[in-house]
Design a protein around this ligand. Structure first.
Ligand code: SAH
Length: 398
């Protein structure tokens, strides 16, 4: 299987140019500008082009990002004429919450309908001291990792900056007033580094001190390993980096993750060394994510090779027990085998944690996004193809 398109698709900034992301032709409704696409300076420019003083941006940012307000009529310190213009021509976010599923463990999965009718999901994982939001980056995914359910949706489209930010704000509104989203992980549907420009602008907005003001170290971008974009992110906007590794030899990884045929392990680890050099002051160790699949990548030899790779970049390892889904031929190892694997890493002095599977009763666990529970089997995305079983075949390296 060939690797899908991996070049970042640029969308003009602000990304209200719908054609750049393949939205449906504009209708009366979606010609409104989504203010969530705009950084501070872009919003300043927009307001100036409307003949407004620059300082209005401060008021708007406060309403949108501190008060979480969406109704311009309630923005009482804005002049009436401006409120009217905003009501007529703008919107704060364009996502529609279609459903919210609550897991027994407190995890929430939110299904959003986008303006063009496609659907995405976000997952909120509440913990004692933090609330982590897992956001989607694309509808579907072109990378074709063989074990991932999202991959079965096939290539989709990039989310706009506004669609990224709305996932945060819409979820924040669901929390009690004294709680907020403290961490964002880009581990939902799609590959964030394929949506590179919009990702960079989203990181800028999430960290803007005049708005949401999240620290960089509270943001984690997870990637299947797009090497040029990892370096670009290190230069432009370094945040925590998680690599979906899942295999310790090229032969294995070529099989599970076609992206490895383009960027094999040697290239990936050289890139990660480079990323660390680009980000020395942030003290953000790289995480290697490793989904444990019985009989595929969970032998003691795998653990030993993984330990070596992790040592080479002083990485932490996060083990994810494979979440089974209909149609996929893979199995989750037994708890005993999972613990054995983790112990071997720890014996080799690797910081290894095992991700507790959260939200699997609502199909919100890793790799289950786009599955919507037994009552409506299959994909929710109206336009998406039927889920297909991705054949597992071995690929020879040339
Ligand atoms: N495309 C990015 C972001 C997705 S993050 C990336 O690859 O990193 C989602 C994580 O869950 C990835 O590590 C992915 O490989 C993993 N995953 C996918 N399907 C899974 C499954 N069925 N069980 C466990 N983990 C899975």
């Amino acid at each position: 299987m060939s690797v899908g398109p991996v070049t970042p698709e640029s969308t003009t900034a602000p990304s209200s140019d719908n054609t750049a992301v393949g939205l449906a032709p504009n209708t009366q409704e979606n010609t409104r500008v989504d203010l969530l696409n705009f950084t501070w300076s872009e919003l300043e420019n927009l307001l100036q082009s409307w003949g407004q003083p620059k300082y209005r941006v401060k008021q708007l940012f406060r309403w949108i990002y501190e008060e979480l307000e969406t109704d311009f009529n309630n923005m009482t310190d804005l002049p009436k004429a401006l409120r009217q213009k905003l009501c007529d021509e703008a919107a704060v976010g364009t996502l529609e919450v279609e459903s919210v599923a609550d897991s027994v463990d407190g995890t929430k999965k939110i299904l959003y309908r986008l303006q063009d009718g496609l659907r995405i999901e976000s997952v909120l994982i509440p913990e004692e001291k933090r609330n982590t939001l897992c956001v989607s980056s694309q509808v579907g995914c072109a990378l074709g990792c063989r074990f991932c359910y999202t991959a079965s949706l096939g290539p989709g489209r990039n989310l706009t900056v506004g669609e990224y930010i709305a996932q945060y704000l819409d979820t924040a509104r669901m929390l009690p007033a004294d709680r907020s989203i403290t961490n964002v992980v880009f581990m939902g549907m799609g590959e964030p580094l394929v949506n590179f420009n919009n990702l960079m602008q989203t990181l800028e907005l999430l960290t803007d001190e005049r708005g949401l003001n999240l620290g960089r170290r509270r943001l984690t971008v997870s990637t299947a390993g797009l090497c040029p974009q990892i370096l670009q992110m290190g230069t432009k906007f370094p945040v925590r980096l998680a690599i979906s590794l899942h295999a310790t030899t090229n032969e294995q990884r070529d099989d599970l993750m076609p992206i490895n045929q383009r960027y094999p392990l040697e290239t990936l680890f050289e890139t990660l060394q480079e990323y660390r050099k680009l980000t020395p002051t942030y003290h953000m160790p790289i995480t290697l994510e490793f989904t444990l699949i019985e009989g595929v990548n969970n032998s003691m030899a795998d653990a030993q090779r993984l330990a070596k790779l992790a040592h080479s970049i002083e990485a932490k390892v996060n083990l994810i027990p494979y979440n089974e889904h209909p149609g996929a031929p893979y199995k989750r190892p037994s708890q005993t085998n999972i613990v054995k694997f983790r112990d071997e890493l720890q014996r080799k002095k690797i910081r290894a944690t095992c991700r507790t599977t959260r939200g699997d009763d609502i199909y919100a666990a890793c790799g289950q996004l786009a599955i919507h529970g037994p009552e409506d089997e299959g994909v929710s995305t109206a336009e998406a193809p039927e889920p297909r079983v991705v054949p597992h075949h071995r690929k020879r390296r040339n």
